[in-house]
Structures are given as C-alpha cells and as structure tokens.
Design a protein around this ligand. Structure first.
Ligand code: SAM
Length: 445
C-alpha cells in the first residue's frame, strides 16, 4: 500500500538524508527497524569504488569500473579476523579484487561471476606471478613484427556498436593484433589478451560512462600499438612491484568459476566458505553486456544472438529483464514501490522499471538463499549495495536485502553507510539533489 508522502528525518545521525521523501510505509518500517544497527563510516566512501585500484599492481591494468578497491577488501579481511583456516568466497567476483586480496595473504579464495570477460580477467591476474621481468617486452617486440601480416581475427560484427565504435582502419589493426595474440602460448596469450582488452576503450569512440557505453564522436583516439606499448610498460612495472610487496611469497592461487550465483550446485567448494566479501549488480538498469560489449565482441561472443543470450543469463538488474508470469516481488517494500510506479503508468520514463525491480529482488533472494546453503556455520558476509530512486521514491535496497537475509537465517549485524551519491541527472532535474546511500551490509549466518 502506498501511503501519503511523508517527510522522514532521522532523529539522530545523518544516514537518511534530510528531506528524503519516503512514500512507502514498508520503507519507513525498515528504516525504523534498522536504525539501531546503522552507522556512518564515510571513510569507506572512496574504498567502495574502483578508483583506489589505480595505485594497485595488476588491478590497475584493466579498468573494471564496477570493482571495489583492494584496500576495501583488506580492511574487511582484517575486521573479520580472516586467517589461512578461512575460505573467502566472492559470489559476484568481477575482476577478482576480493580473490586477489585474500590470496596475497595466503587465504584460500574462490569466486563466481556470470560475465565471461570478468572471469577471464580474474583468472588471468594470477598468471602475472609466473612472468619474469622483461619477458613481456620481448614478446611485444615479436608481436609488433608479425601484426602487419596477420589475418584479422573474427569479431561479432553483427553487433551494432562494432560498426560505429572504431574508425575502419583502427578496427582492422585491432583485429590483426588480436590474431597475433591468439597465436601465443600460455600464459602469454591470456596476459596479452588482457592488455589488449584494456586498450579497446581508449582506441574507440566509446566511453564507459555511468550505466552506459556512450559514443563520443569528438573523442581523441589512442593508437593501438602505442596504447599496448604503454600497457606492457605498466605490466612490467607491476611484475617488479608485486615482488617488492612480497605478494609472490604468500600468494595462493585462487579459483574462479564462470557460473551463476543463483545456482551454486556446480561450484567445487573444497570447504564451506567462512567469509563473503562482495558487491552485486545494482538495481539501477545496469547492463554489463552493454558496458563491456566491445570486449565481449572481440573474444567472448560470436554474434548478437550470443550477446543477447548472455544478457538474459545475468542477474536481472537491467531494463530488458523478463519477468516470468508467476514471479512476484519477494518483499513488501519492493511491491509497494512497484505498485506506485505501475500506478504512474505513462509518466514513468521507462515503463519496464517495475518488472526489472521485481526480477532483481527475485534473483537476489535466490542468491542469498544459495549463500545460506553453502556457507559454513557462523560465516560472515560484507556486501556493498547501492540504494536506488525512481520517480522520486527511494528504495532502501540495503535494508530490504538485509530483511530478506534474515528470512534465510542470517543475522544482520550492522549496516555501514559508506557514502551518499547523487542520482541520475533526469531525477535530479525533477526531484532535486537528494542523495542515495551506498552501504555495506554485514550479516552472520
Ligand atoms: C559490482 S560487480 C562486482 C565487482 C567486483 N567486486 C570487483 O571488484 O571486480 C557485480 C558483478 O556481478 C556479476 N554478475 C551478474 N549476474 C551474475 C550472476 N547471476 N551470477 C554471478 N555473477 C553475476 C557481474 O558480471 C559483475 O561482475
């Protein structure tokens, strides 16, 4: 039931922004219920974004902009007192930040992700530990010589963005580099493919921008060979750096499974994990198969049909999410917002948002249930989540997921507000700049 608009100000503390408008009685109930367990730690704010990884060897080589910072993971490993007897699991492991941080302390770690490019990056990071200083430079010189005569590698050319993302000559050059890299032996093939994927954006008219891959026709484009040469230099620096940091002494290879965290049956856990440090896709229309479409089209999908199939196999955080007829919002606060949005009909700037929200929480419920099943007793979870706002209505995703976790047998220990973020420019224009919080939910099984 949607109630009259209420202005809700929290008596003590600043975690619910003054002036934030909550229409839902359920959202209000949740805010009241969890107030005693909420606290602000705005120092965490810059650690929940990938920006901190610009100064971290290996992680800086590929810009996975949905990643959180290595130091964020380090801090939670410390807070949870993790040691070599633990097993760390990241069910949405992305480029492997959690896995790398645990492994550098000699702690066993395993991750799953449904996006092949993320799994590829995560699996390739440990390969850098096998490389000797100078080796990559030597191989790069060899590649440079053979690229001009290489037969261009196939790409998923029927995906529309591939027709407009690059000048024709650049696309052919990139395809020649790709073919030359494909001819290398392990581990260099994967290492060079990672470096190659990391230069696609600077060599293209695209920009990974907010939730979208935008076309920027006036962008100054990098030259593929120069961009790759720069990446090889960075990687050489990192190979020295990981030795200086002593990472190579403690490093324990981690495992990464291309899989769906809504169904963990096939994941070969050696022991039940004792810790999860993770961050799911956010319920904000985010479509990873669009943001990473260039990378996917160069190596991981053969055509548009495969790209679309992949899109529909991810957690349903995006606007093309399809809802099965019997599926309903698994939490009353979600239902309340969905009802409100549906009642807005045509006013809504995207009429698919109610289905997306419903599907998102159905999927997250499945995921949390699976974690409850596979985790060791007393296991801890730290998960970064972003709240969202549609048509001026805040949805407390952090609190909804926490209450859903309680229903699956977890205890909610605390909800740490890491930062307040602005909302989309469309929303800001209509409703003013009321920030939404990004939190770390901390649960115990
Ligand atoms: C916020 S990102 C996590 C980034 C990660 N913390 C890092 O540092 O790289 C969320 C991840 O969830 C993945 N994902 C989406 N649907 C999934 C699913 N059904 N199962 C597992 N992972 C999924 C996305 O591919 C994305 O990498």
């Amino acid at each position: 039931m949607v109630e009259q608009a209420v202005l809700f100000e929290v008596e003590a503390g600043h975690w619910a922004p003054k002036g934030a408008e909550y229409r839902g009685a359920e959202a209000l109930r949740l805010e009241r219920k969890y107030t005693p367990r909420m606290r602000e730690d705005l120092r965490m704010g810059h650690l929940v974004s990938y920006v901190g990884n610009k100064g971290v060897p290996l992680l800086r080589l590929y810009r996975y902009k949905e990643a959180f910072a290595f130091r964020f993971v380090d801090e939670w490993l410390d807070r949870f007192g993790v040691n070599q007897d633990d097993t760390v699991f990241d069910p949405f492991c992305g480029m492997g930040t959690t896995l790398l941080a645990a492994s550098c302390r000699g702690v066993p770690a395993i991750g799953t992700d449904r996006l092949p490019v993320a799994v590829f990056i995560a699996r390739t990071l440990p390969l850098f530990f096998q490389v000797r200083p100078g080796e990559l430079t030597g191989i790069f010189e060899h590649l440079r010589r053979i690229v001009p005569s290489a037969e261009p590698a196939p790409v998923a050319a029927d995906v529309a963005i591939m027709g407009v993302a690059f000048p024709a000559e650049t696309l052919t050059t990139l395809r020649r580099w790709k073919a030359a890299i494909d001819g290398l032996e392990s581990p260099f093939r994967d290492i060079f493919l990672l470096l190659f994927l990391s230069v696609l954006e600077p060599c293209s008219y695209t920009s990974k921008d907010g939730q979208f891959l935008r076309l920027k026709r006036d962008k100054r484009l990098a030259n593929p060979e120069e961009a790759l040469a720069g990446k090889v230099r960075e990687a050489e620096t990192d190979i020295h750096w990981i030795r200086e940091l002593g990472w190579d002494d403690a490093f324990l290879p981690f495992r990464v499974v291309l899989g769906d965290t809504r169904r963990l049956d096939d994941v070969p856990f050696e022991r039940p994990p004792t810790v999860i440090i993770t961050s799911p896709p956010y319920a904000n229309r985010y479509d990873y198969t669009r943001t990473y479409s260039l990378e996917l089209c160069f190596h991981f999908v053969r055509n548009f049909a495969e790209l679309r199939e992949l899109r529909h196999s991810l957690l349903r955080s995006h606007i093309e999410a399809r809802l099965a007829p019997a599926e309903e919002a698994p939490h009353p606060a979600v239902q309340e917002l969905v009802d409100f949005l549906r009642s807005r009909g045509k006013v809504l700037n995207n009429p698919r948002i109610p289905d997306m929200l419903t599907a998102y929480f159905v999927d997250m419920q499945k995921a949390i249930r699976e974690w409850g099943r596979v985790l060791a007793p007393s296991a801890r979870v730290a998960m970064v989540v972003d709240n969202v706002r549609f048509e001026g209505q805040m949805l407390p995703v952090d609190l909804i997921l926490s209450e859903m976790a309680e229903e699956e047998g977890f205890t909610v220990e605390e909800i740490v507000v890491a930062r307040y973020k602005g909302n989309s420019s469309q929303q800001m224009g209509r409703y003013g700049r009321v920030p939404v919080r990004e939190s770390i939910v901390v649960w115990r099984k």
